[in-house]
Design a binder for this molecule. Structure first.
Ligand code: MN
Length: 723
């Protein structure tokens, strides 16, 4: 177990010796040079504790050493505050050391210049900046975490206000990051320190309780360790067994989750069994399960299915020698080192080379995510949520595995496989059966995603999906659509309004006025300007006033007219381009219109609208049986919006002979027509008949008829009706 405690007396000689412990050929002079450089740069500076400043970078380097980091990382750790706090430049470091070290230190300086505020949104923004800094070199973040670790270790010298602020920030940003990077030793310690400053009464009560039974527990741990070791050696398995109390924060989390007091928490002990190879891991598990009673449902195989951060281990809980529940983790030495130091394990010095090309899929993914996600809090969510709450394992038809959250749907799985698969998902087969998108997946399910080129996400999907990854992707798509729509509206409104001034967008672009207009209206891009007009934040009047080449005196009269004109224009244009309103309600703007689910009217159907209480206007077919005569008094004339790109769900039921393959034949034919199957449900009927109800998206009535006719032509299909 790695410990990161603050060492007041630490000196460079001790540090060098520790480095040589795992890296005998280390370039001692290079490290010594970095130390001398930092000591000189920080000369005269003191920490809040009264100690010389150099103790801080020295301790940070020591933390990196205990994680067995490479020499450049340790050197960068020694130098990490020199640009920020001293008269040292990037150039100085590049010259005295090398460009790689200089780049890392610059990265750290940039991070430390992020202004931390307490609002959740700005925390998320800060988090994004940290992620961006990882893009260049992930060691920047590892050093930053070590820096934060040492600052948390010496937090007692700060004011109470600062303690709270730092602890909160650590819990919000650095703990999730350490978790995601798999640096568990660091994460656990950071959490405990956060608890100590944020909930001192709980922390010290826990500390006291743990200390109270310490000797009793220590002897229990010793006995259990030797019992387990004995059992293993009976089968000639040589293992290193260790026991410890769990971290305070994890005990605290358990207490909170179960709503119980400390005395009621049973399994506060964790044991670790380290063996030589994977085969021995499973062998050890078998021996332990046959020697102690395992608790059902507590076994987890993270060796076969590693966690997102590459964590591997077998977990089980058994009834220990004294009928107390104990948690046991079984893993190899290598897995243990990844579990303790996560991503840092890849930077270890190995056989004369530092492995730089370690592929970290999730880091790449996060970086990609960072580029695409507009909303910062979504990014933070993606890191925090998807991670802690995994729980079910889902298989692809080819046998690949994805870990998802409990209650995830096929749609979540589709997004986990690939964003594009998510966007195009129309349905899924779970264990070879068609299911609706809302279906809740269970561990062990084999899921095959059905896609269609014409499919695209809808707002409803946000209510279906469970994982934040899928949620962000959908939100992001919807936002992009919304933005594109507003650009179209903005452009049309602007073009028409500018005609009043005998000018046009093109003329303004040619006149070179655009940069001045953008600056005066605080927009970055021309598109932002159009979006502003589209949503009504920016009026054409404002643009005309901001254009240097238009002489205001000459157009003053027209300016007053233009405002009311462009407002009207915006409403009409928005209505015309509306994607939400498939139906135009006579004489009413911006009224909420819903197509009633009972009859699912589609263009071509004869329709009528009814005013509902609080839910806008509900549109039915004129022949709908759900509409009662009393409703007629609330009716309003409505018509189909010809401009609307229609895609409307309608359900169709096919009754077939129960022949294998008939269902897939039907879905193939529908997909072949470029029609979306939104959901599908198959059922066996008596007399070897089958019923297949599916929801498709159609443009209009004629398309629906085409679908019905086509399905009717499939062999063994008895009847097809719209339901
Ligand atoms: Mn620092």
């Amino acid at each position: 177990m790695i410990s990161f405690s603050h060492e007041r007396e630490l000196d460079i000689e001790t540090l060098l010796r520790r480095i040589q412990g795992y890296y005998p050929d280390a370039d001692v002079e290079f490290i010594q040079k970095a130390y001398d450089f930092a000591e000189k740069a920080h000369e005269g500076q003191k920490r809040s504790s009264g100690e010389l400043y150099i103790t801080h970078p020295l301790n940070v380097a020591n933390i990196l050493t205990s994680m067995r980091m490479d020499i450049f990382t340790i050197v960068s750790g020694l130098l990490h505050d020199t640009i920020e706090d001293c008269d040292v430049t990037e150039e100085d470091i590049r010259r005295e050391f090398n460009p790689e070290v200089a780049e890392i230190v610059v990265g750290l300086t940039k991070i430390s210049q992020i202004k931390f505020r307490t609002k959740e949104e700005s925390q998320a923004e800060n988090f994004r900046k940290l992620v961006v800094s990882m893009a260049k070199d992930i060691r920047v973040i590892i050093i930053k975490l070590a820096d934060r670790m040492h600052n948390m270790r010496t937090l007692q010298y700060m004011s109470v206000e600062k303690q709270m602020k730092k602890a909160q920030e650590t819990l919000d940003i650095y703990v999730p990051l350490a978790n995601r990077l798999g640096i568990n030793s660091l994460k656990a310690e950071l959490e405990d320190l956060c608890l100590r400053y944020m909930k001192p009464e709980i922390y010290y009560r826990l500390a006291e309780k743990v200390a109270m039974k310490k000797s009793e527990r220590d002897s229990y741990i010793r006995e259990t360790v030797s019992t387990v070791e004995e059992k293993l050696s009976e089968y000639s398995l040589d293992a290193d067994v260790k026991g410890r109390s769990k971290h305070f924060y994890s005990i605290y989390k358990k207490m909170r989750a179960r709503g119980v007091d400390f005395d009621q928490i049973q399994d506060i002990l964790a044991f670790r069994v380290i063996v030589d190879n994977i085969t021995e891991c499973y062998k050890a598990l078998g021996i332990i399960h046959s020697s102690f009673t395992p608790i059902p449902g507590r076994f987890k195989d993270y060796i076969a299915i590693p966690k997102l951060n590459n964590y591997q281990s077998l977990h089980t809980t058994v009834v220990g020698p004294k009928t107390e529940r104990i948690e046991i983790q079984i893993r190899t030495e290598e897995m243990d080192s990844v579990a303790e130091t996560g991503v840092a394990a890849h930077w270890k010095y190995k056989e004369g080379m530092v492995s730089k090309n370690t592929k970290l899929d999730w880091v790449q993914e996060l970086l990609q995510f960072n580029k695409e996600v507009y909303d910062n809090s979504d990014l933070l969510d993606a890191v925090k949520n998807d991670f802690d709450t995994g729980g079910i394992f889902i298989f692809t038809p080819s046998g690949d595995v994805q870990e998802l959250m409990y209650e995830s749907t096929p749609l979540d799985f589709a997004f986990a496989v690939h964003t594009e698969v998510g966007f195009r998902c129309v349905g899924a087969k779970v264990n070879s059966k068609m299911v609706p998108l809302r279906h809740r997946l269970k561990s062990g399910d084999t899921v095959e995603i059905l896609t269609s080129k014409t499919q695209s996400p809808s707002k409803d999907w946000l209510n279906i999906v469970k994982t934040s990854r899928a949620k962000s992707k959908i939100k992001q798509w919807l936002l992009k659509q919304e933005r594109e729509r507003n650009i179209i509206i903005g452009r049309e409104v602007l073009e028409k309004s500018l005609k009043v001034f005998d000018t046009s967008l093109k003329k303004i672009q040619k006149s070179g006025d655009i940069p001045a207009i953008l600056k005066s209206l605080r927009c970055k891009l021309e598109d932002d300007l159009l979006v502003g007009v589209g949503v009504g934040k920016i009026t054409p009047k404002m643009i005309v006033e901001a254009a240097p080449s238009i002489e205001i005196e000459k157009v003053e009269e027209k300016l007053s007219e233009i405002d009311s004109y462009s407002k009207k224009l915006a409403t009409t244009v928005r209505k015309k381009t509306s994607k939400d309103n498939a139906v135009i309600v006579d004489g009413m703007n911006d009224v909420m219109v819903r197509i009633a689910r009972c009859c699912n009217a589609i263009p071509g159907d004869s329709i009528v609208g009814y005013i509902t209480r609080g839910r806008g206007i509900s549109v039915h077919t004129t022949s709908c049986s759900r509409v009662s005569p009393e409703d007629m008094v609330r009716s309003v004339p409505v018509e189909w919006n010809a401009e609307f790109a229609f895609k409307h769900p309608v359900s169709v039921r096919a009754i077939t002979n129960d022949r294998p393959g008939v269902l897939s034949q039907i879905s193939k034919i529908i997909n072949g027509m470029n029609i979306n199957i939104k959901s599908a449900m198959a059922k066996s009927l008596p007399d070897s008949k089958g019923s297949f109800v599916f929801e498709v998206e159609v443009r209009d009535y004629s398309e629906l008829l085409k679908i019905i006719n086509t399905i009717e032509s499939v062999e063994d299909v008895i009847s097809v009706v719209r339901v």
